[in-house]
Design a protein around this ligand. Structure first.
Ligand code: SF4
Ligand SMILES: [Zn+2]
Ligand SMILES: [Zn+2]
Length: 481
C-alpha cells in the first residue's frame, strides 16, 4: 500500500501508537542550553513518546549553532536552523556571516533563523538589527532556504523589511506569533506561516482570538523550549513533549481534533522545511468524521483557482498521485479497512484534487463494497462523466451512492467555460446539466454547489437548479470540507 519500506515505517508507526495517533513537528526548540545538560536524553525520549516526529533546533549565534550541531549530530530526526538573532546582531561581521552561510549548507539545515527585529528588549541598536536582518534574508535567498523570523514589538518594521527584501520568494514562519489577524494576512500573502507556542494555554495573551480567525493551514506548532512552558508548568522549564498542549488549544478553538491540528501543522512544516524526501501516496484521508477517498489527481477541467497541479494539499493531506500511483479498487478498499473499515466513518466521500468519476469502474466497485456494509457514500464531481465516458453514466450510480454533489460554478455556458476551462468548451455546461438531471432520478440526494465570490449570478444559478429539480448550495470562498 504505502511507498515506504517497512523499516522506514516502523519508527513513526510505533510513536504514533504511543501518542494516540498524533504526530507533531516542534518547529522551534533551543535544546543546546545548560538547562538540559542533566537529562537531555530523557527529554528527547519523552518528546518521541509524545509523538514528536521532528523538531528544528534553532542556532542563532556562533555558540548555539556549534553546540546544537555537535549535540544532535547523530539524531536524524532533529533538524537545524542557522542565523543571527537580533539580540546578537551587534556581533555581525562579514566573517561571521560567511561562517553561518557555510554551516547552513550542512545536512539537515532546513531554515535560516532565528533572525528578525526586537524593539522590546532592545539589546542591539535598531539600525544594526535592521541591517543584519536584511543580510540574513539575502543569505536565505542565496541558499534557497525558508526564514524563521523573531519579531517583537516590531510589527510594521518587520513586514516592511520582509517585503522590501523579497522574503516571499523563500517563505518562512514568524515564530511565537504575538501580533494580530491583519499582520498574519500580510504574512500569508508573502508565503509566511505563523507559529504558536504553549503560551496559548495562558489565561491572558493566549492569542485565541487570532487563532479563531486564521486557518490552521497557516500555522505551525512550537514549544520554544526551554521558554514559554504551558500554564500548568509556569515558572519551570519547557520541553518538546508539551507541544501537544498548544495543539489542544488550537483544536478547541477551531473545532477540530488534536489529531487534525497535528496532521495539518505537520504537513505545513514538512512543506515549508521540505522534509518530504520520501514520497507518500495518500489514498484515504479523514476530515472530521468523514473519510475521503482519493482515486485520481487527473481532471477533465482546469479551473483557474485550482491548485491541483501546483499544491494538491487539503487539510494537511498531500493528494498528489501520478497516474501510475492511482489505486485499484482493491487497494482503496484495503486502505479503508486500515482506517477502521466501512463502519468507522459517518460518510465516505469520493473527492480529492481530481475528478473521481473519470475512474467510474473503480468508484462503482468501492461504492458497492461500502453500500453492502451499510455505509453512506457521497461523490463530489464536476459533472463531466457523460462527456468523458461518451455515454449517460448517472444511472450506473443507482443503489451505490447516497449523495452526488456537482459543482455548477456559473449560470451560463460561456462563463462556466471561462472559469472551469473544461475539455469540451462551452458544451460542457449542458453535459453537466444532463448528468445532474439523470442523477436526480436515481440518487437520493443530488445538490449543485456554487462558490459565491461576488462574480457569479447566484439568482441565475438558483433558476437553473430549480429547472433541473436539484437544490443549490451556495458556498463561501475558502470554506472547508
Ligand atoms: S474540477 Fe475540481 S479538481 Fe478539477 S480542476 Fe476544477 S477544482 Fe480542480
Ligand atoms: Zn525568538
Ligand atoms: Zn527561539
Amino acid at each position: 500500500m504505502t511507498q515506504r519500506s517497512p523499516s522506514q515505517e516502523a519508527g513513526p508507526e510505533r510513536e504514533r501508537a504511543e501518542s494516540g495517533g498524533r504526530v507533531f513537528i516542534d518547529s522551534h526548540v533551543h535544546l543546546d542550553g545548560p538547562d538540559y545538560d542533566g537529562d537531555r536524553a530523557e527529554v528527547l525520549a519523552r518528546a518521541r513518546a509524545a509523538g514528536v516526529e521532528n523538531m528544528v533546533q534553532i542556532g542563532y549565534n556562533r555558540l548555539t549553532i556549534e553546540r546544537g550541531m555537535a549535540l544532535f549530530a547523530d539524531q536524524d530526526w532533529i533538524h537545524f536552523s542557522t542565523g543571527l538573532h537580533p539580540h546578537d546582531s551587534a556581533d555581525w561581521s562579514a566573517e561571521l556571516e560567511a561562517w553561518i552561510e557555510e554551516r547552513s549548507a550542512w545536512p539537515r539545515v532546513v531554515a535560516i533563523g532565528e533572525v528578525g527585529l526586537d524593539w522590546f528588549r532592545d539589546y542591539a541598536p535598531a539600525e544594526t538589527q535592521r541591517r543584519v536582518f536584511r543580510q540574513m534574508i539575502r543569505l536565505a535567498r542565496r541558499r534557497g532556504l525558508p526564514l524563521i523570523v523573531h519579531s517583537r514589538a516590531a510589527e510594521e518594521d518587520t513586514l516592511r523589511v520582509l517585503e522590501e527584501e523579497g522574503a516571499g520568494d523563500v517563505g518562512g514562519v514568524m515564530h511565537c506569533y504575538a501580533y494580530g489577524v491583519e499582520t498574519a494576512q500580510r504574512l500569508r500573502e508573502l508565503g509566511f506561516l505563523v507559529s504558536f507556542p504553549c503560551s496559548v494555554t495562558y489565561p491572558k495573551r493566549n492569542q485565541t482570538e487570532v487563532i479563531a480567525e486564521l486557518q490552521v493551514e497557516q500555522m505551525l506548532l512550537e514549544t520554544d523550549s526551554p521558554f514559554l512552558p504551558p500554564q500548568r508548568l509556569r515558572g519551570r522549564r519547557n520541553e518538546p513533549a508539551c507541544v501537544a498542549e498548544a495543539a489542544a488549544v488550537i483544536a478547541r478553538v477551531k473545532g477540530l481534533s488534536v489529531e487534525d491540528v497535528a496532521r495539518i501543522t505537520r504537513r505545513n512544516a514538512r512543506v515549508l522545511f521540505r522534509l518530504d524526501l520520501a514520497e507518500e501516496r495518500v489514498l484515504v484521508y479523514p476530515i472530521r468524521r468523514s473519510l475521503y477517498l482519493n482515486l485520481t489527481n487527473r481532471c477533465t477541467a482546469d479551473c483557474g483557482f485550482c491548485t491541483r497541479l501546483t499544491h494538491p494539499v487539503v487539510k494537511g493531506h498531500n493528494l498528489a498521485l501520478r497516474r501510475e500511483q492511482e489505486p485499484t479498487a482493491a487497494e482503496l478498499i484495503a486502505a479503508i479497512e486500515a482506517r477502521g473499515g466501512a463502519g468507522a466513518w459517518e460518510e465516505f466521500v469520493f473527492c480529492g484534487y481530481g475528478e473521481p468519476m473519470m475512474r467510474l469502474d473503480e468508484l462503482k466497485a468501492v461504492a458497492g463494497w461500502l453500500k453492502e456494509r451499510g455505509a453512506r457514500v457521497r461523490v463530489n464531481t464536476n459533472g463531466h462523466a457523460d462527456l468523458w465516458h461518451k455515454r449517460p453514466t448517472a444511472s450506473e450510480l443507482r443503489g451505490l451512492v447516497d449523495v452526488v454533489s456537482i459543482s455548477l460554478n456559473a449560470d451560463n455556458a460561456a462563463q462556466y467555460a471561462a472559469i472551469v476551462r473544461p475539455a469540451w468548451g462551452e458544451r460542457s455546461f449542458q453535459g453537466l446539466l444532463d448528468f445532474a438531471r439523470d442523477a436526480a432520478r436515481v440518487v437520493p440526494e443530488v445538490v449543485f454547489t456554487v462558490v459565491d465570490d461576488g462574480s457569479i449570478d447566484i439568482e441565475g444559478c438558483r433558476r437553473i437548479a430549480a429547472e433541473y429539480g436539484v437544490p443549490l448550495r451556495v458556498r463561501l470562498l475558502d470554506e472547508t470540507g
